[in-house]
Design a protein around this ligand. Sequence first.
Ligand SMILES: [Zn+2]
Length: 138
Amino acid sequence: MAVPRYWREIPQRYNLVGTKCGSCGKIYFPPKVVCPTCRRKSLGHMEDCALAGRGTVESYTIIYAPPPHFEGEEPYTMALIKMDEGCYLMGQVVDLEPQEIHIGLRVEACFRRIYEDGTRGAIQYGYKFKKMEEAETP
Ligand SMILES: [Zn+2]
């Protein structure tokens, strides 16, 4: 799994920046140029929108047979997270035992090393998720 060029090229690569449709208010991540719902109506009305990084686990899978670059990390957990802003992100959930994960778990984004490219020594960073620590104020 390659980290999109996007993360390396934009200065806000350590923030989760999506776009908000100025027409219907829906938030997208990764950013979109056009809202798939509003189409032409949204042109020129898509605005950058930083996500707070908090969400809820909707679905998950535990990886026992990892792809290259992730060997040695198994077992690890990949989850589909519904962000509080309404969009979905897929990411690794770190700092918890596989049996701790469950649907409905509140998580927050954190930035971690994704993998080290052995041949070039380049370290790729990106977002992962961890269990939300402090209690939330509703
Ligand atoms: Zn829209």
